[in-house]
Design a protein around this ligand. Structure first.
Ligand code: AMP
Length: 392
């Protein structure tokens, strides 16, 4: 897929509508994590350096189409000013005239786009209005690109449009992991349930060479093969679905890696008494909470023969020790191989970032996407409207 970047459009003296994700966490009225703001800084710096006037469009919280002072982007203004290193002009009700009247090196922040339902409905009038405010549209909010909203999709069709630096980075990482990867490709899919990741599994078995299934969802696959999983988290009603996925994988030449051994405990609690047993030996009164040492060895050997890794979901109940062992060991190996230049590793979605951060290996992955839903939809092979609109 081809899309323009900030290098492909003349921004000099232009008003650049810039869709960003600054949906930052707040504690006691103060931004408690600056990551999202830090990640859009290169885009805004670049627009300014190219002589453009950035007008930031963003949502904040879930105001459900109504103005709500607790979700005003004015609350984020001080944090933006701190990270971007200059004062910002906040405008509640923007007009072209007011924006034009501000000096060229001003950064403008517009009030929460979701204070009207017209945003989430992708209302054409709202898209027209937004387009009337600027000369160029830049989308730097990959994490909102799975939504077809007025500020993420509608407006993109009405102005010369391009991807911001963060969007560019996300798209290149995802393309190199799944669209045009160096083979062999291994995918790790873990987490609680098969039911929430059906589309993901169905897409991946057709695209990757090895699929490591871990976490609670591995139990569903083991049970489908007739293995007794005791009190483990397991979706017995998805047996047929699991069997179908195994069949498609077989036809597509995708090796499915299920744990040969597992760590079992009688309770879901930190430091619960536990032991490693063969996958088919889970006692009736115990539950599988992690992959075992043999399974870890196998996963590592698959990583070693792969060129690309794409990862979503933990391999066990990583929040409670020692059931984070398999996730940590696999993450450490992926990080080591990536650092040595032997693996392209891309991870993201939901709990994955938390699990990899907790493992202490995240910094050596090639790319960790913080875009939860959008990352998953990309892995599921779905078209992201915000991205598609850029390549139109
Ligand atoms: P997800 O949001 O689907 O990626 O699932 C992540 C959750 O799955 C985490 O909270 C893990 O604790 C949980 N999980 C992973 N493996 C297991 C398991 N074997 N039994 C119970 N929960 C698990």
């Amino acid at each position: 897929m081809a899309w323009k970047t900030l290098d492909d459009i003349d921004l000099n003296q232009k008003i650049v509508l810039t869709r960003v994700d600054i949906n930052v966490p707040m504690e006691a009225g103060v931004v408690s994590d600056y990551t999202r703001i830090e990640r859009i800084k290169p885009t805004i710096d670049d627009i300014l350096a190219k002589g453009g006037k950035p007008v930031l469009l963003a949502h904040f919280g879930r105001p459900k189409g109504q103005p709500n002072p607790d979700m005003s982007l004015k609350l984020v203004q001080p944090a933006l000013e701190k990270i971007l290193g200059q004062s910002i002009t906040f405008i509640e009700r923007p007009s072209r005239e007011e924006i034009e009247g501000l000096p060229q090196n001003t950064i403008i922040l517009v009030e929460n786009t979701r204070f009207t339902n017209m945003e989430t409905e992708n209302n054409p009038q709202m898209a027209q209005f937004l387009a009337s405010l600027g000369d160029v549209y830049c989308n730097d909010a990959f994490s909102a690109a799975h939504r077809a909203h007025a500020s993420t999709e509608g407006v993109a069709h009405l102005l010369p449009a391009c991807a911001g630096r963060l969007m560019q980075q996300e798209l290149s990482a995802l393309e190199s992991a799944l669209s045009t990867p160096k083979r062999p490709v291994v995918a790790v899919v873990g987490g609680a349930k098969v039911s929430t990741k059906l589309d993901l599994l169905e897409n991946l078995v057709r695209k990757v060479d090895h699929l490591v299934i871990g976490g609670g969802m591995a139990n569903t696959f083991l049970a489908a093969q007739g293995v007794s999983v005791g009190k483990s988290l397991c979706e017995h009603d998805l047996s047929e679905t699991a069997k179908k996925i195994l069949k498609v994988a077989d036809e597509a030449g995708c090796e499915i890696v299920l744990p040969a051994d597992v760590v079992v405990a009688k309770e879901f609690a930190a430091n619960a008494q536990n032991k490693a047993v063969a996958a088919h030996q889970c006692p009736d009164d115990a539950m599988i909470l992690d992959a075992g040492p043999e399974a870890i060895k196998k996963i590592i050997s698959v990583f070693e023969k792969s060129e690309t890794l794409i990862w979503n979901g933990p391999l066990g109940a990583f929040e409670i020790e020692p059931f984070d062992k398999a996730t940590n060991a696999a993450a450490a190996k992926a990080a080591e191989l990536s650092k040595a230049g032997n693996l392209i590793s891309v991870a993201g979605g939901g709990d994955t970032v938390a699990a990899l951060n907790k493992s202490g290996s995240a910094q050596d992955f090639t790319y960790i996407s913080t875009a939860g839903g959008a990352f998953l939809e990309w892995m599921e092979g779905k078209t992201l409207p915000g991205v598609a609109a850029l390549s139109a």
